[in-house]
Ligand binder design. Structure first.
Ligand SMILES: [Zn+2]
Length: 113
C-alpha cells in the first residue's frame, strides 16, 4: 500500500538521521566537557570561547530536541499514525515530511508552541 511505503522510506531516513544526530551529540558533549580546560589554558580567548561554548550548548539542546522528535516519529510509524499531527490530528503535508521526516506536528501546531 502507498502509505506503508511512505512510512518505510521515512523509517530509513529517520534511522539514518538518528545515527547522525547521536554521533553529533556524542562529539559535541565531548567538546563541551573539554572546553573548560582550554579556557584556562588561553586566557585571551576566554570571552570568544565562552560565546562559542554557549552556542554549542544551544546546538546540543537543539540536537536533543531533534533526537526526541525522531524517536517519536519512529514510534508513530509503528503505531500507524505517521503523517498525522500529534497535537490536532490533521494530516501533515507530504512535502513537509519529505523535508523534515521527523516532523510530528503540522505547520500551524509547530508554529503555535
Ligand atoms: Zn496540528
Amino acid at each position: 500500500m502507498h502509505t506503508e511505503s511512505v512510512a518505510d522510506d521515512a523509517r530509513e531516513a529517520l534511522l539514518a538521521k538518528q545515527r547522525e544526530i547521536n554521533a553529533l551529540i556524542h562529539d559535541l558533549t565531548d567538546l563541551l566537557d573539554t572546553a573548560g580546560d582550554s579556557a584556562n589554558r588561553s586566557r585571551g580567548d576566554r570571552y570568544g570561547l565562552s560565546t562559542e561554548r554557549h552556542s554549542q550548548a544551544g546546538t546540543l539542546q537543539e540536537l536533543h530536541r531533534q533526537a526526541h522528535a525522531i524517536t517519536r516519529a519512529l514510534a508513530k510509524i509503528d503505531e500507524g499514525t505517521y503523517g498525522g499531527c500529534d497535537s490536532c490530528g490533521s494530516t501533515i503535508p507530504p512535502d513537509r515530511l519529505e523535508f523534515r521526516p521527523w516532523a510530528v506536528l503540522c505547520v500551524p501546531c509547530a508554529a503555535g508552541t
